[in-house]
Design a protein around this ligand. Structure first.
Ligand code: TRP
Ligand code: ZN
Length: 880
């Protein structure tokens, strides 16, 4: 933070309940595209024991027009207004307050509160956006009943939506009309929403298990009506699945989704009026990739599942964010696993956690899934709160089993439906429902950092005994120096060298039972002894990635080959291949650094040969297995990231595999590229995935470039188009410029497709890409006001292009910092996300370190600087 400015820190331990009950809230919006007038009437009752105190309401960027208490306009002195609050000094124990404010949605560039997107108006209130709409206690534990009247010009705003049911509507003369909405469920302000504009919708219906008829609508701008069908299907599947798997039904007669191009995040679960980034709604085979389809299903599910885990039971305060987010991510992961391939989904989630959450937890923003302090809550919608939070819920599920977990969920809803609660309440429900003690498990909520689990094994042939020693240790993090042992569920199996599963019997057990076990490590060090082990086994460790830890075990290369080919656990099979590739790349990186020649790796080649001739494994799983570990993941394994060495070694590995297995890659590619028309079945998705992984290897060779060119011309779907275009662009292959131009011409008017065009270019490896970034910032389709565009051009460059962002000139750093500074005053939330690209700065060589530090300091010294960016760069520079 700048001198003289002490950052305001909010602490979990300072929680105090709000002293007023707000029994009702009536809101009236007189909507105009330039100025909207908001009138709020609330009935309050004092909850505290002592003397009645003041009424303290949050409010920001509001122009106060009038305040009335119990029907009487208040005079100056009877209330105080400042930049973020309104205080009513001497209210009665029971009273009624009426405020009127004016707001300017058109000027709201932060996309928080009421703002404009194209021709329509919409809101985003989580976490603390409601205070930019009206004066109110903007905290999740203050819940009330909402009655909302929207009044606007009928031509400009024919559709007027809010939460709950539309109960009345009418004409108000002068070409204006009004609609009144009533939400029968009490809710916190962050779940409020309104939408007004000329939107069109698609409609479907769902009948709940108990016979409630629900109208489902997706509202979009007219040109997008033909891209809503998949999202609607996903919504219906979500509703069905939550009934079947969790026994949870929808609770209103209407469920609305609105898609907008201007959104800071993915989507928002406002009660019965979800608002989505259009990226997670709109899809047609020629505009969206298979991955986009999967994300749409996942995010539609996520927001729908929040209706129970988030809305019906919400958070007491924002430190408890993972209560709803970790749990809801776990639920959406399970949904996708049940709808698609469980194995593939697990691999994707593990990769995501390890490449994005692990580094976050080892850097300056490290925090427990339930943080203890923050400056700006928007900075805590993190990989840690979401993905590690989901991993913690998953461990709970693993320990209790599906039945025990569901028992816990039922008790959780029985106890807390309609309330704002804490993570401790959730754990207590799980523990009580199952009659177990989860105290030690609870440490996952308060301790940050990624635990390391070191494994040592010993086989005693004469005794037929196999000893497994587990040792855990969590390195100190930026926010916590002392670490305690955690409760770690550790999945394990044992294979014979031929790959057969060995029945498992732990010392002291009557007989062998099963071939997969869950060991529970809850001390620093523990020893487990398996008996009746007929031969030196190959250990299959951390099955299903049973805990979010870093595993250290010195696998023999031949053991990895056995695991990759034969293990029954999909994660372990994938991990074995990843480890083989990782070792090959790391060895060559060393060679590159020492000026030695890089060498092909015979073991890795053998492994790939096996993968390319595997005709039984799901092609989608094979595709995941053949994707080489990313430069980001590999870099995170090093004490000091070797940007150029890793890039060179990974490229070398890819190219040598392609060369020595060219025929095998071509055979698989040509087999899968069967010329059949696009089809959205899981089997076709899987085939495209493997085909395009093969293309990624082949594109290093002339035969592959030829296939990429052909695929680009012939493709009838966006998955194949983007894969081909990426292959051409990233190799700067002949014809790549023409292909880019052709693509641009065809899709210039589709913002989501243009985002892909941007990402493809800014992720092209190499120091010169920064110049392309600068050009694209001036492209007519780019806009600094649109978060998707900023993420596609600047975010993707900074996070997904190591040799571009970390170019040794420092030009990448300067470019990204320029954008952070330009964006800060417009949209601090998005600026802070981009600024976090510098979080890893201490992990690089001295020259890059000082270049990054200079940019961080440049950002920090800007004045004014938002609290959002201030917190990120402040933490990054802290104790530098
Ligand atoms: N609750 C949303 C979700 O995870 C997250 C979200 C949407 C959000 N928009 C936001 C968080 C804006 C902070 C700010 O589903
Ligand atoms: Zn969520």
């Amino acid at each position: 933070m700048k001198e003289g400015l002490t950052p305001k820190i909010v602490r979990r331990e300072d929680y105090t309940p709000y002293p007023w009950q707000i029994t009702d809230l009536r809101l009236r919006f007189e909507i105009d595209h330039r100025i909207t007038t908001v009138t709020a009437e609330m009935d309050l009752a004092w909850l505290g024991d002592g003397e009645v105190g003041a009424i303290r309401l949050d409010g920001q960027c509001l122009e106060l027009v009038g305040v009335e208490l119990d029907g009487r306009p208040l005079r100056a002195g009877e209330y105080t207004v400042d930049a973020d609050s309104l205080v009513i000094h001497e209210p009665a124990r029971e009273c009624s307050l009426r405020t009127q404010v004016r707001i300017r949605p058109q000027e709201n560039t932060a996309l928080e509160g009421l703002y404009a997107s194209g021709e329509f108006l919409l809101t985003q209130c989580e976490a603390e956006g409601f205070r930019k709409i009206t004066y109110f206690p903007d905290r999740p534990d203050v819940m009330t009943n909402y009655e909302v009247t929207l009044e606007a010009d009928r031509d400009r705003y024919p559709v007027l939506l809010s939460n709950g049911n539309a109960v009345e509507s009418g004409d108000s003369g002068d070409g204006r009309h009004w609609v009144r909405w009533c939400d029968p469920f009490r809710k916190p302000a962050y779940l409020f929403a309104l939408v007004a504009g000329r939107l069109e919708h698609v409609e479907d219906r769902f009948t709940t298990r108990s016979g409630r008829e629900v109208t489902l609508r997706i509202y979009v701008e007219p040109q997008n009506l033909d891209k809503c069908a998949y999202a609607m299907g996903a919504l219906i599947r979500s509703m069905q699945w939550d009934e079947e798997r969790f026994g949870l039904e929808y609770d209103l007669d209407i469920y609305n989704i609105v898609a907008t191009d201007d959104f800071n995040m993915g989507a928002m679960e406002n009660k019965s009026l979800n608002i989505f980034n259009s990226k997670y709604v709109l899809a047609r085979p020629d505009t969206a990739t298979d991955m986009d389809y999967q994300s749409i299903e996942g995010v539609i599910g996520h927001e729908y599942f929040h209706n129970w885990t988030g809305n019906r039971v919400t958070c007491r305060d924002w430190f408890q964010l993972t209560l709803k987010e970790g749990l809801t991510v776990f639920r959406d992961q399970e949904f996708t696993s049940d709808m698609q391939s469980r194995a593939v989904k697990r691999i994707q989630d593990v990769r995501d956690l390890r490449t994005r959450q692990f580094p976050e937890d080892a850097g300056p923003m490290s925090h427990p899934i339930r943080p203890d302090r923050y400056q700006e809550i928007n900075n805590f919608y993190t990989m840690t709160v979401y993905q590690k939070g989901a991993a913690v819920i998953r461990m709970c599920h693993t320990l209790l089993g599906e039945e025990g977990f569901q028992k816990g969920m039922r008790l959780y809803f029985e106890r807390h439906d309609g309330a704002a609660v804490t993570c401790d309440d959730f754990i207590a429900a799980m523990a009580d429902a199952n009659g177990v003690d989860l105290d030690r498990f609870g440490r996952w909520y308060s301790q940050s950092g990624t635990p390391e689990v070191r494994v040592r094994t010993e086989y005693r042939a004469d005794e037929g005994r196999y000893i497994v020693e587990l040792e855990q240790q969590t390195p100190p993090t930026h926010d916590q120096s002392e670490k305690q042992p955690l409760l770690i569920p550790f999945g394990i199996g044992l294979l014979t060298p031929e790959g057969a599963e060995i029945p498992l019997r732990l010392d002291g057990e009557e007989a062998a039972a099963g071939t997969s076990r869950l060991l529970v490590l809850d001390e620093r060090e523990q020893r487990f002894e398996f008996v009746d082990v007929p031969c030196r086994p190959v250990p299959s460790l951390l099955r299903d990635f049973s805990a979010p830890v870093k595993l250290t075990y010195d696998y023999a290369p031949e053991d990895l080959e056995v695991l990759m080919r034969h293990d029954t656990d999909a994660f372990v099979r994938w991990e074995a291949a990843q480890l083989l590739a990782q070792r090959a790349i790391m060895n060559n990186r060393q060679a590159f650094r020492e000026g030695r020649e890089m060498q092909p790796d015979a073991g890795l080649e053998r492994a790939f040969q096996a993968l390319l001739s595997d005709r039984t494994t799901d092609p989608a799983q094979l595709a995941e297995t053949m994707r080489l570990p990313g430069e980001d993941y590999l870099g995170d394994l090093m004490a000091e990231v070797d940007v150029d060495g890793l890039h060179a070694a990974r490229n070398f590995t890819r190219t040598t595999l392609a060369r020595s297995l060219e025929n095998e890659f071509l055979r698989v590619y040509d087999l899968l590229d069967d010329g059949a028309a696009y089809n959205d079945s899981g089997a076709s998705v899987a085939r495209r995935s493997l085909k395009n992984v093969c293309l990624g290897y082949l594109a290093d060779l002339p035969s592959g470039v030829e296939r990429a060119q052909r695929q680009f011309r012939a493709s009838d779907n966006m998955t194949d188009t983007v894969a081909a275009l990426r292959a051409l662009v990233h190799r700067k292959a002949p014809g790549h410029r023409e292909a880019l131009e052709q693509f641009e011409k065809r899709w210039a008017s589709d913002p989501l497709v243009m985002d892909k065009w941007f990402v493809l270019q800014v992720t092209c490896p190499g120091a010169d890409t920064v110049e392309r970034v600068a050009e694209l910032l001036d492209h007519p389709a780019f806009s600094l006001s649109n978060p998707n565009k900023v993420r596609s051009v600047v975010g993707a460059f900074a996070m997904l292009n190591p040799t571009g962002f970390h170019a040794d000139s420092g030009a990448g750093y300067a470019q990204v910092a320029d954008v952070v500074l330009q964006l800060d005053s417009r949209n601090p939330q998005v600026a802070a996300r981009i600024a976090s690209a510098f979080n890893g700065w201490k992990r690089y060589d001295e020259s890059r370190r000082s270049l990054m530090r200079a940019q961080l300091e440049r950002i920090r010294s800007a004045s004014p600087l938002s609290a959002d960016v201030g917190e990120i760069v402040g933490n990054a520079l802290d104790d530098a």
